[in-house]
Design a protein around this ligand. Structure first.
Ligand code: ADP
Ligand code: MG
Length: 322
């Protein structure tokens, strides 16, 4: 079995090579200089086999998921990705697996403009645990928090909702068949963080509160409502669904309300003043992914889910809870 150090040399050092903050992974720590006028945004997301991924996925996909769930948090905060550190606890040191894992990271580093700047590697008794801390920059004083939603705001969500949750359902019940199965599974394996949208909306002064949707749309909306001291109304017919999700729902009769509690979407949910609608439409067009209006912020503290007849549906579940 190769040693921890030879694996770091061979597979992780190249991912940090030439990046000054990483000191070629030859020091005890990394060093970030925050550019003038900028603020450092720090986020961590940890993923565990059997909880956040199944475990038998190709290693490069596991690596990319671990990185992208963090990129999604940076995206939600409108931060430009800069660097990340990688904590890895592995039940075995399998060199081929690590090579593929590092390849996945290398590809996404290029794709998202982020660099490895350190980490820690250890053996684990059972599960594979990947803990990434990501660092990004925002212009100083430009934070957009969960707590900024105001009564009267419009609620938007990017992309489509429920694909990944349905993908996981399919992986868990291999007897399920239908159109778009591969698309849904891919959406579970590989989140598409919606980079740059929030940064652009911040610049246009067109966003009040934001969160990335990871635990379930309703659960994450509830985080915004609680933090902001407001309630909300969601119109089910306005929830954006992919063709594949629609076909799957028709075929299996999954309740639409349950789709909103499935999680793993890694889309962005935000609220904005209705006056900003035009700006939002033009920014979303520029980034080639839609931002859909799905409801509004209201006084109070409740979340109401309305069907096409404006009847309120019972919410049985808000999202994934650990
Ligand atoms: P220490 O004993 O100071 O914790 P380590 O021996 O764990 O240092 O790590 C040596 C170097 O390798 C450090 O620069 C550390 O950041 C880097 N490193 C260790 N594991 C990883 C990893 N999984 N990814 C990136 N860098 C790593
Ligand atoms: Mg260490």
């Amino acid at each position: 079995m190769p040693s921890e150090f030879s694996l770091i040399d061979k597979y992780f050092r190249p991912l940090a090579s030439g990046f000054a903050p990483a000191r070629e992974l030859r020091d005890d720590a990394g060093y970030i200089v925050v550019p003038d006028g900028m603020e450092l945004v720090v986020t961590k997301d940890l993923i565990v086999s059997g909880v956040h991924f199944i475990g038998d996925e190709p290693a490069h996909l596991i690596a990319q998921k671990a990185l992208r769930v963090n990129l999604s948090d940076l995206a939600a905060k409108g931060a430009t990705p800069y660097a990340y550190s990688l904590g890895l606890a592995m039940p075995t040191f399998d060199e081929r697996w690590i090579a593929d894992f590092a390849r996945g990271l290398g590809e996404d580093q290029k794709r998202f403009g982020i660099r490895l700047m350190g980490g820690d590697t250890t053996q684990s008794k059972h599960d594979l645990v990947i803990s990434i801390t990501a660092y990004g920059f925002i212009p100083k004083g430009s934070q957009v928090l969960r707590s900024g939603a105001k009564s009267g705001d419009v609620i938007f969500v990017t992309g489509t909702i429920g694909d990944a949750g349905l993908g996981l359902k399919i992986l868990r019940s291999p007897d399920l068949h239908g159109e778009g199965i591969k698309f849904l599974i891919d959406r579970y394996h590989l989140p598409q963080p919606r980079m740059d949208l929030i940064a652009a909306l911040k610049q246009a002064n067109a966003v009040n509160a934001v969160i990335d949707v990871s635990d379930g749309l309703l659960a994450d909306l509830r985080h915004i409502c609680v933090a902001s001291g407001v309630g909300s109304v969601i119109n089910l017919p306005q929830i954006p669904l992919s063709q594949a999700a629609k076909a799957f729902i028709n075929q299996t009769g999954v309740r639409l309300a349950d789709i909103l509690a499935m999680g793993d979407d890694y889309e962005i949910l935000f609220t904005a003043d209705p006056k900003s609608m035009d700006k939002i439409a033009s920014v979303a067009r520029e980034f080639h992914f839609p931002a859909h209006k799905i409801g509004s912020i209201v006084p109070g503290e409740d979340i109401a889910l309305l069907d096409k007849h404006q009847n309120a549906l019972a919410i049985e579940k808000y999202g994934y809870e650990h």
